[in-house]
Design a protein around this ligand. Structure first.
Ligand code: G3P
Length: 217
């Protein structure tokens, strides 16, 4: 599985979001690899309606129903057909207690993808985390063009995969090549979480088509 995080890059907003979501859909159809856009709440409805793909939110808030203002509701998202959400991304960290609290009341059939940033977290507060997926992303490698989680942290990937078995683990940060994907999969990851290599690319479709080759056995 590939999650393409559109972040707040301008090329991933509005029309850009529609274009890249369309690429995700085509490449997924042709390669048979599951690919989901991870998008801003602002673009969610439009992407689902115009492109017809399932999407994942970049984050949900801490209050979901009632007198709160400006929070993104996981319940409302689930009811409008969103597939799930990241939680605790490095760029929007949440207190561990809050992550656990939200997972307890998480809507049924709404994927929870909890980001962790180190082996220490996997062995510490996130040890028995009740998430559908865990995404390992070392913060220092996010956005790197030449180093990736696969090239720099293979041992950590292996440890985290073993630690969470049989829960599926995704890995991300600096992923930019077919080799990165192959290495991650060979270490037991079930997929990748990627952003800049696709969203900032001159030809995002070419990049994504390269990455899906890493899933071919
Ligand atoms: O969520 C994906 C992300 O943080 C990795 O970003 O740009 O290193 O692929 P990037």
């Amino acid at each position: 599985m590939i999650l393409v995080n559109f972040k707040n890059y301008e090329s991933g907003w509005g029309e850009g979001a529609i274009k890249i979501a369309g690429i995700c859909k085509r490449v997924s159809r042709d390669s048979k690899v599951e690919i989901y856009p991870v998008v801003s709440a602002l673009d969610t409805y439009r992407i689902m309606k115009e492109v017809g793909v399932e999407v994942i939110l970049q984050a949900v808030g801490e209050e979901w129903e009632g007198p709160s203002t400006g929070q993104i509701s996981a319940i409302a998202a689930q009811r409008m057909g969103v597939k799930g959400s990241l939680i605790n991304h490095s760029e929007l960290k949440m207190r561990p207690g809050m992550v656990k609290k939200l997972l307890k009341i998480w809507p049924k059939d709404f994927w929870s993808i909890v980001c962790i940033h180190s082996v220490g977290q996997a062995e510490g507060w996130a040890k028995n985390i009740k998430a559908d997926w865990v995404a390992y992303e070392p913060s220092s490698l996010i956005g790197s063009k030449d180093k990736s989680v696969a090239s720099e942290k293979p041992e950590a990937i292996r440890k985290i995969v073993n630690h969470y078995q049989p829960k599926p683990v995704l890995v991300g940060a600096g992923v930019h090549s077919l080799e990165d994907v192959k290495t991650s999969i060979s270490l037991g990851a079930r997929g990748i979480l990627v952003s800049s290599d696709i969203i900032k690319a001159v030809d995002p479709e070419k990049e994504l088509r390269e990455l899906v080759q890493g899933f071919v056995i």
